[in-house]
Ligand binder design. Sequence first.
Ligand code: AMP
Length: 115
Amino acid sequence: MPEECLFCKILAGEIQSNIIYRDDLVVAFEDVNPQAPHHYLIVPRKHIRTTLDLSTADNELIGHIYQVAGKIAHDMEFAEEGFRVVNNCNEGAGQSVWHIHFHLLGGRDLTWPPG
Ligand code: AMP
């Protein structure tokens, strides 16, 4: 775990967050700057820097993340109205934390194309 990684610190409990889901592979918590009524970050416990650093060994993990996104949306009752899962890769796409994470957004109409 890189000592300077914000999300590693959150996962280790060293920095406070509002965790809404956890299992052996991932933790999900409220985004501190929500862009929708429901805005959670699904973060693998494994430190992976960006989407470009994924390997085939992570295929099951990424599939699991989408399963978790659907479960959270279902359990929080915003699945039927629609939700979005977003992964920003590199600065040009808005990535600001260098530990791969998936935004789960819902609870309002989500326009397309995104900004
Ligand atoms: P990205 O810009 O795609 O890398 O997403 C990083 C997200 O982390 C942003 O939406 C931030 O609002 C969020 N964030 C930053 N610091 C924290 C924190 N301490 N707790 C929860 N979310 C955070």
